[in-house]
Design a protein. Structure first.
Length: 532
């Protein structure tokens, strides 16, 4: 039995997926919530939000992500970063997963990755959980209902949390598996209920496909000046660095909060929604995002709530610090209707420095921008990955290594080329610690960060007086109106200046050691920009 709208010539049976129970195609939000409630997958919260928990996995499992080794991708995958799976292992995994699915009910969404029709891909999402279908319906882009009659998928993703992989038989690491097969145009996910794996699997797919077309895929948020899409900005950064928060600026139009492409046409969102962290979320600091947590259909993931009033507790991290909400982009009042913008005038590299060394903002040359983009320095924040319980300094190349199938230089060279073509100004923004390292200092005030970004995006920061940073060689403003000048000189915020110097040298050496892997692949000016 089927329900919903679907291409009559493109059902799961036509893809060789047979013997399932009830298959529901392209249900809309009310029907998906009703199905999820009937299946006891979650709770209906205030305003019609849907409250769920994801069990033991409350973050991504990057070490369980595999790419199938086939001749067509053997020379283009960054194998040091992507675990290999054999063709035989994948075939056995697929066969065993289909056998496990027999007789069970499934939900299908036919969706699109990419707001630019010229570069979009059609993705069929097959999920065991109704709320996963609701989640991905928010996070990818929804075709018009009439377009579903002729929909054909370029890739299919099957997500079956109740299926446990066999590492010996399936050539994987554990019972949890995310396996990408570019030849068979299939992605299989098993053994985890964490919904973020759905969207990141499609992001990884686009990160492989788009560079061949000269398009830069980016782990970034993006916005543009109200009424002026040409004045666009992009914000690179890993989870927890402020991509969603800082791009959702009420004085600018939001293009998207996490995944974008940069083509000859400009910037375009891959997604149709947002996946925002909710820990310590407040109506005062982030009113737009806060409001979505009580809107119909918003998926509330791993948040503690009052069992009588269903009021959410934004401070209780007993389930995870990675609690989140997923909602469609149109729930943000200043969101772009087209999810597109012009070529970025400003590029912001967001980092969360747990060492307390980096200034809150610095201006970068194009060579310095490539250096810091390839370095991808930040701190993993609690909950974004399994086992991270306090900030851990890390280098995640391109600010998104877990999602990069190709070598970093591919993305770095694409970015540098586009910066050169379009003359973007580049900034490094630290949303991490000031006045000391994690445990001693405090988190950078968001008001100061917003003030600095506003000055950068409006152009007034270009007229500021800058000093050269002694440790990294980039330019740091000396004073900015409305911002405590001491914040701009991290050394002055430490109680012990010599302790700062020692910490700074430690960080410089970490940067240098990490960057050695890229030296054979980069130009001399980037090498020169590495330190000082």
């Amino acid at each position: 039995m089927t329900s919903g709208r679907v291409n009559p010539n493109f059902k799961l049976e036509d893809q060789g997926i047979t013997g399932l129970g009830n298959v529901s195609y392209n249900l809309m939000e009310p029907a998906l919530i009703q199905a999820a409630l009937q299946r006891n997958e979650g709770t209906l919260g205030n305003g019609g939000a849907f409250l769920v928990t994801t069990g033991k996995f409350t973050g991504r499992s990057p070490k369980d992500k595999h790419v199938v080794m086939t001749p067509s991708v053997a020379d283009t995958i960054w194998w040091d970063n992507n675990a290999e799976m054999s063709v035989e292992g994948f075939d056995a995994l697929y066969e065993d997963m289909l056998a496990h699915m027999k007789g069970r009910d499934y939900f299908v969404q036919d969706l699109v990755g990419g707001a630019d029709p010229e570069h979009a891909i059609n993705v069929r999402m097959v999920t065991e959980l109704a709320w996963h279908n609701l989640f991905i319906r928010h996070l990818l882009r929804r075709p018009e209902r009439s377009e579903l009659d002729g929909f054909l998928a370029d890739f299919t993703v099957i997500n079956c949390p109740s299926f446990q992989a066999d590492p010996a038989k399936h050539n994987c690491r554990s019972e949890t598996v995310i396996a990408m097969n570019f030849d068979r145009k299939l992605i299989l996910i098993g053994g985890t209920e964490y919904a973020g794996e759905n969207k990141k699997s499609v992001f990884s797919l686009l990160n492989y496909l788009l560079p061949e077309k000269g398009i830069m895929p980016m782990h970034c948020s993006a916005n543009h000046a109200i009424g002026n899409p040409v004045d666009s900005a992009i914000f690179f950064g890993l989870s927890g660095t402020g991509k969603t928060t800082l791009s959702a600026d009420p004085s600018r139009t939001l293009i998207g909060d996490d995944e974008h492409g940069w083509s000859d046409n400009g910037t375009f969102n891959f997604e149709g929604g947002c996946y925002a962290k909710t820990i310590n979320l407040s109506a005062e600091a982030e009113p737009e995002i806060y409001a979505t947590t009580s809107k119909f259909g918003t998926v509330i993931e791993n948040m503690v709530f009052d069992e009588e009033t269903f009021e959410l507790d934004y401070e209780d991290s007993s389930l995870t610090q990675n609690m989140r909400c997923a909602y469609p982009l149109n729930y943000i009042s200043n969101a772009s209707e087209t999810a597109t913008g012009g070529h970025p005038k400003n590029i912001i590299l967001l980092t969360c420095d747990a060492y307390g060394v980096l200034p809150p903002i610095a201006r970068l040359t194009p060579a310095q921008a490539m250096y810091h983009f390839l370095s991808g320095f930040t701190s993993k924040t609690p909950g974004t990955e399994r086992g991270v319980v306090e900030p851990e300094p890390t280098f995640s190349t391109c600010f998104g290594a877990p999602f990069m199938p190709r070598r970093p230089e591919v993305y770095g060279n694409l970015l540098r080329k586009k910066i050169g073509q379009h003359g973007a100004t580049c900034w490094l923004v630290n949303t991490g610690w000031t006045g000391g390292a994690y445990g001693t200092g405090k988190r950078m005030p968001i008001k100061a960060t917003r003030g600095l970004l506003t000055a950068a995006l409006e152009g007034s920061l270009n007229d500021a007086t800058f000093r050269k940073d002694e440790n990294f060689g980039f330019e740091v403003p000396v004073t900015v109106a409305g911002v405590d000048a001491s914040l701009l000189d991290p050394r002055s915020t430490w109680a012990d200046a010599q302790a700062y110097d020692a910490q700074a040298q430690k960080l410089v050496k970490m940067f240098s050691a990490n960057f050695e892997q890229y030296l054979p692949f980069i130009d001399d000016d980037v090498k020169a920009a590495a330190i000082g």
